[in-house]
Design a protein around this ligand. Structure first.
Ligand code: HEC
Ligand code: HEC
Length: 445
């Protein structure tokens, strides 16, 4: 009996190997060559994400090594509204979480032009139904003057935010004198904790989430904090800092490793359709996207002005023409040469829905591709001298643009991000939102 199984298994392996060998086409080979030539290491592997359980190969802060206990805790904290006790009005108490603005099924973006946590209610199908509460003034809501960035593949982000203001290393070496100047929260960089670790301490405050021993004990999280931070003295164990460390460990494992492009990189040549492969060839070749989007997450730590509109022009609340966020990197460094330059964002799971760009000026990927193809800045406040010299008309045909769009929309879309969503949070509250309308929308009632 055993032999039969072994033979069958061997036949299976041979069949599998042949099947895959047989399917390498010229298109695959061309694409492999081009991608390898763009990789910092000269090898295709550069673009392959480690498995999300392969902690030692995921980029991380030396101050906050990834452990399973931290990831388990962070996985719940990110969605937990029980800590939302610094809401401006009682109507907002315990109704929102980090994930109110970073929704998994929307590629960890809000699926609307602006994220609103405290001061809004509702979820709709997938975030688009969130609406400002009438009992909150615009000035009282928790919303920022730029569209939320995706928090997937942030392990590769050494300096987070559209202006790269968090993180003590990387591109912020030399900017020390600006830490805490325009945005007091960036003074956290002086603690040298890592980009996400530092940012998320401040994020918990900005988003009105409080972590203390009473709440941690009351909602049943004590044992999780104890398991994750046994070496932290008890007096410091149940704080925004430890919560940030746990959340940051969770964010670092959010890798889109099941995207068709990732499968293809790993040798499954069937994973992408020909049109997606042609689109990838354009991305890493003729269309020049790789000039800015070249790191493993297909973003980079460079800052470029591509002249897009700002959020106040596209319906953003609590922001206006003089919002410092409109200045991009320049809003942080104060340097003329950095004005209107924004960080090159990662590109996975853009297919989960728009809008796109920091000011949410484009609703579809087709519009984004046409924008890059035409290279006509839409924001007249950005001096043409600031526009990136890589932002040039591409002369792509409609068919080429369709291919490029197909690569972006589907080739780079991990269809299974739900694997990163917890089954429940310990409070038992509805998540990501816990207000009565969201509860209905989310089917929690
Ligand atoms: C009110 C909506 C909102 C909530 C709630 C929210 N965020 Fe964000 N998040 C944003 C916006 C907007 C940005 C981009 C801001 C910018 O760059 O100017 C962002 C950016 C980030 C980034 C940076 C990603 C990158 O690539 O640089 C991380 C990390 C992040 N958020 C984590 C969190 C965590 C953790 C929480 C909960 C503590 C949280 N967010 C809650 C709106 C929100
Ligand atoms: C000059 C550098 C540069 C080049 C070349 C470039 N991009 Fe970008 N890309 C950026 C920057 C910077 C942003 C963010 C702009 C902003 O919102 O202010 C961006 C944003 C995007 C976004 C929206 C991401 C989001 O989170 O909303 C997509 C999609 C995108 N680029 C795709 C492409 C494609 C496809 C190409 C090739 C046709 C390309 N980019 C070429 C720099 C570049």
């Amino acid at each position: 009996m055993k032999k039969v199984y072994i033979l069958a298994a061997m036949a299976g392996i041979i069949f599998w190997a042949c099947k895959h060998d047989a399917l390498v086409t010229n298109l695959d080979q061309d694409l492999e060559r081009v991608i390898a030539s763009r990789a910092a290491t000269g090898s295709l592997d550069y673009y392959i994400f480690p498995a999300s359980t392969d902690y030692s190969n995921i980029p991380q802060s030396p101050v906050n090594p990834i452990t399973k206990a931290k990831v388990d805790l962070g996985t719940m904290l990110f969605y937990e509204s029980a800590f939302a006790v610094e809401a401006k009005h009682t109507s907002g108490m315990a109704t929102f979480s980090c994930s109110s603005c970073h929704i998994p099924a929307a590629g960890f973006r809000p699926n609307r032009m602006q994220g609103i946590a405290d001061g809004a209610y509702g979820f709709g199908q997938n975030g688009e139904g969130r609406t400002k509460r009438l009992d909150y003034l615009d000035a009282e809501i928790d919303a920022q003057g730029a569209r939320p960035l995706a928090v997937i593949n942030t392990a590769y982000v050494t300096n987070s935010m559209w202006n790269g203001s968090f993180g003590q290393d990387g591109v912020n070496v030399g900017t020390e004198s600006m830490w805490g100047i325009f945005d007091p929260s960036t003074a956290i960089n002086n603690e040298r904790l890592g980009s996400l670790e530092g940012q998320n301490i401040e994020g918990l405050k900005v988003h009105r989430l409080l972590i203390n021993k009473e709440l941690v004990e009351f909602y049943g999280y004590k044992q999780y904090f104890d398991a994750a931070f046994p070496d932290v003295p008890e007096a410091e164990r149940y704080t925004r800092k430890t919560a940030s460390f746990a959340i940051s460990a969770y964010l670092r494992i959010l890798l889109c490793s099941e995207a068709p492009f990732q499968m293809w990189l790993k040798g499954n040549y069937d994973a992408m359709l020909d049109e997606q492969k042609r689109g990838a060839l354009l991305f890493f070749g003729k269309a020049g996207c790789y000039r800015c989007h070249y790191e493993p997450n297909l973003g980079s730590m460079e800052f470029h002005a591509v002249g897009v509109e700002d959020l106040f022009e596209n319906g953003g609340l609590k922001t206006n023409i003089s919002d410092r966020r409109n200045l991009g990197r320049g809003g942080f460094t104060g340097k003329t040469e950095d004005m209107y330059r924004f960080r090159v964002p990662q590109l996975y799971n853009m297919g989960d829905g728009g809008p796109y760009f920091h000011g949410s000026s484009k609703n579809t990927l087709s519009e984004v591709v046409h924008y890059f193809n035409n290279a006509q800045p839409e924001n007249s406040r950005v001096p043409s001298s600031q526009i990136s010299h890589y932002f040039q008309p591409l002369n792509l045909s409609e068919a080429e643009m369709k291919d490029l769009e197909s690569f972006l929309r589907d080739g780079l879309r991990d269809p299974n991000l739900v694997r990163y969503v917890p089954e429940r949070v310990l409070s038992g509250f509805c998540f990501p939102n816990n207000d009565p309308i969201s509860k209905q929308d989310l089917g929690c009632d």
